[in-house]
Design a protein around this ligand. Structure first.
Ligand SMILES: [Fe+2]
Length: 172
């Protein structure tokens, strides 16, 4: 089955435009192994509060020691408890944003429990494909291996699905 068909079925949307494709590389300095990452993408977060799909293709073999993608299965579901947590996070983020800090907010232990977060590391060989809903909680994994301080992925982003351009099929 073609990727476009899988995303179409998962999203329930008609895909009239091509997705955005990019290459992402994160290099962890050896002195930063095991530490928090500079861009904050190792903090558990959701990208948006509505279903939105991304696809990662590992360019190199990737495991839990060199930043394998981490996802919490089932965390994409909407609930009133989640709405409250997202509201609290958005206020904190808004305040931090003015100070130039755009890293995701750190979830409290209580919030993690409420959201029933159970992180799964998505390890895979080069060419492995991960399709995920960015409404679910996810993060970049940690780097602990000095032999492999880099993660390289191709990203296929379907964020445009809810845009007017996709609704009317207009491509700039
Ligand atoms: Fe993200």
């Amino acid at each position: 089955m073609k990727l476009q068909n899988i995303i179409g079925k998962a999203s329930g949307r008609k895909l009239r435009l091509n997705p955005e494709v990019s290459y992402l590389e994160y290099l962890c300095k050896l002195s930063d192994l095991g530490k928090e990452q500079v861009d904050g993408q190792d903090r558990l977060h959701c990208d948006v509060a509505y279903p939105s799909f991304k696809v990662f293709v590992y360019v190199t073999d990737t495991d839990a020691s060199n930043g394998a993608f981490i996802y919490a299965p089932g965390s994409h579901k909407f609930s009133l408890k989640r709405l409250w947590i997202e509201y609290k996070m958005s206020i904190k983020y808004y305040v931090k944003h003015f100070k130039g800090d755009i890293k995701p907010e750190v979830l409290s232990e209580d919030d993690l429990k409420t959201l029933n977060i159970d992180e799964k590391s998505m390890e895979g060989k080069s060419g492995s494909v991960i399709i995920f809903n960015t409404m679910g909680f996810h993060r970049r994994g940690n780097f602990t291996n000095s032999q492999k301080p880099i993660r390289q992925v191709a990203l296929v982003n379907y964020r445009y699905l809810d845009s007017w351009a996709n609704v009317i099929g207009w491509e700039a």
